[in-house]
Design a protein around this ligand. Structure first.
Ligand code: F6R
Length: 615
């Protein structure tokens, strides 16, 4: 997830674009760059690191003044966050500049083609191929919008592209497929951006772009066509957010925005990882198939929410690959002298890639000769850099301290790793893998449906604002979900919350059950592991018999729970192992709403930091 800005008008493009990038920096901040059309040519600057590095560069080496320009703040997917990989990317003649958000899945094939035709590519990004393809297409049609349409028809994946060409100095062209791009229309000027925050200071008049559309911006207006060249209807709307709300996409908190982004984040994490035959191709996992076949144990290390993802991964890894899997809190791991060797695959899960406890655990594992695979959301951060291999989650930057979309994408990445191990070790047949991938690709839609039905959960949360304690119960993969629900509530609502394996209830925690105590129960599917389902229904009856208030999260069509649920939250039917992807979402919404009702600061809860870089 990157931030993109484009401008054509009569103001200084550099000033407009830089101000827009500032408002979009929350979308990515590992490098930034701009390109301006001036004096019949193209001038560009880019720098690794935060926007401030680019600002310094522009002071040291100012660009000429022009009134057409584009800019980008990057959240890296392909290639390390360095100067060379920063956007914009230019063609060899330096006449085209392009910025990009998303992933071009077939870029390797396109790059090979370009190199055969003599193009020299200087970065590791998927974006650079687009600059070269655009230059080629423009040389035959001399029309940047047409060149963009031609190129987009060749691209696979999800992308937003914005480009300028020195031969068309008054035009900015954008394209969109499954990735955000909005148009702003002012008096004698027009804007393109990943979200309206970038141009709200200039205009509130916006145009919505549909999927697979190309937009051509000129001072006197915008033209929208499909990738096929057919004119598209231009739908205008008025933005009524202020600048601060716009940055959060109109949500009150980043956390709410990030919860809402989960369907997209889940889909993005699957992108580019499945080939045309439905087999998994985890290119970034640089541990060879033969090494993976040698592994006799998997150890997962992580902290907090990432640890809960690891707990769920254990069920999938052991079930699909039959390799024993341990999950350990990273902060405990190295102090107990764990048994590790070259046949141990250590998986370190971290959103930030900077958590010191996890970093120390992986260093210890590597010292013992184990291979470490990082599952991480932050390209170029320390944990993937120090690991033998990495699988990036594509959640986009997570700004709210409480992890939401990163958790769901960590789960997707864990399922992919488990399936990949099953694939290379031959413990899963190709058609079985394809079936799970099909299920995973439908999860985004299922999460969307959960999000659409959350009003009763919010209402319930508000009604519990004066409670002191909430308990969470689950079994099987629902147990880590219960722990995650409790963690969210602790960190956001500052309430006493505990998660239990429901079977443990009668071994002690049942003594906590009191009149009217809210108890959230995550119910496994009645299909599949029906024994577990029946047992948890008994657990619900036990707590209800002691006067507790039961909040039951159960799949659609599960009628057995209805008589025992004071509040019933329905989730879509999913395969048993994938249920956490939908069951966690109501718990995130619940915690966020309860925190709001208690007047707490949702995005930055007290005493916490987003990345914990001390042990
Ligand atoms: C909880 C939360 C934390 C993090 C933990 C690990 O909502 O965000 O528990 O999950 O600090 O952080 P990362 O994943 O960055 O290593």
């Amino acid at each position: 997830m990157c931030g993109i800005v484009g401008y054509v008008g009569s103001q200084s493009a550099l000033e407009v674009v830089m101000a827009g990038l500032k408002r979009l920096e929350y979308r990515g901040y590992d490098s930034a760059g701009v390109a301006v059309l001036a004096d019949g040519g193209m001038a560009a600057a880019k720098r690794a690191g935060k926007l401030v590095n680019l600002e310094k560069e522009l002071v040291d080496r100012p660009l000429p003044t022009g009134s057409t320009g584009i800019g980008h703040t990057r959240w890296a997917t392909h290639g390390a966050p360095n100067d060379a990989n920063a956007h914009p990317h230019l063609d060899n003649a330096g006449r085209v500049a392009v910025v990009h958000n998303g992933i071009i899945e077939n870029f390797a094939m396109l790059r090979d083609e370009l190199q055969e035709r003599g193009h020299e590519l200087s970065s590791e990004t998927d974006t650079e191929v687009v600059a070269h393809l655009l230059a080629e297409a423009f040389s035959s049609c001399a029309d940047l919008a047409e060149a963009m349409r031609l190129v987009c028809r060749r691209l696979e994946g999800a992308f937003t592209l914005v480009a300028v060409h020195a031969d068309e100095p008054d035009v900015v062209v954008g394209a969109r497929r499954n990735s955000p791009l909005v148009v702003g229309v002012g008096e004698g000027e027009a804007f393109l951006a990943s979200d309206v925050a970038a141009f709200i200071a200039h205009t509130r008049s916006a145009v919505e772009l549909g999927q697979d559309q190309v937009v051509e911006l000129r001072r006197d207006g915008v033209t929208v066509t499909g990738f096929d060249g057919r004119p598209a209807e231009v739908r205008s709307y008025n933005v009524d957010w202020d600048a601060a709300a716009a940055e959060k996409g109109g949500y009150d908190y980043f956390m709410l925005k990030e919860i809402a982004e989960q369907p997209r984040a889940v889909a993005d994490t699957l992108l580019g990882r499945i080939d045309a035959n439905g087999s998994l191709t985890l290119d970034e996992v640089r541990i060879s198939a033969s090494e993976l076949r040698e592994m006799d144990k998997v150890v997962i290390v992580a902290c907090g929410t990432a640890f809960h993802a690891g707990m769920i991964a254990k069920y999938a890894i052991e079930h699909w690959t039959r390799i024993p899997c341990e999950v350990e809190l990273a902060s405990e791991f190295r102090y107990r002298d764990p048994i590790l060797d070259a046949q141990t695959l250590v998986i370190a899960i971290s959103q930030s890639g900077e958590t010191m406890d996890t970093l120390m655990a992986l260093r210890h594992a590597r010292e013992q000769g184990s291979n470490v695979l990082a599952i991480c959301n932050t390209n170029g951060s320390t944990i993937p850099r120090e690991s033998d291999a990495v699988l990036y989650t594509h959640a986009g930057p997570e700004v709210a301290v409480a992890s939401t979309k990163a958790f769901l994408t960590q789960l997707v990445a864990c399922y992919l790793v488990a399936l990949y191990l099953g694939q290379v070790r031959g413990t899963k047949w190709g058609d079985e893998i394809r079936a799970v991938i099909r299920d995973l690709s439908q999860i985004g839609g299922a999460v969307e449906r959960v999000l659409e039905t959350m009003e009763p959960v919010r209402e319930l949360a508000r009604s519990l604002a004066d409670k002191n304690t909430v308990l969470f119960l689950g079994r099987h993969v629902g147990y880590p979900v219960a722990l995650e629900g409790a963690l969210k509530l602790k960190e956001l609502a500052y309430m006493h919350a505990e998660g239990f394996a429901a079977g443990e209830l009668k071994h002690g925690p049942i003594a906590l059950i009191d009149e009217d105590l809210p108890v959230v129960v995550v119910v496994p599917s009645p299909r599949g592991r029906s024994v577990l389902h029946d047992k948890i229904v008994s657990n619900i009856q036990e707590i209800r018999a002691r006067g507790a208030r039961t909040i039951v999260i159960a799949e659609e069509g599960d009628e057995a729970v209805v008589p025992y649920a004071d509040h019933l939250v329905r989730i879509p039917v999913t395969p048993t192992l994938l249920q956490p992807l939908v069951a966690t979402v109501p718990l995130q919404v619940f915690a966020c709403e309860l925190a709001t009702a208690r007047g707490n600061e949702v995005d930055q809860p007290r005493n916490l930091a987003k990345s914990v870089t001390v042990e």
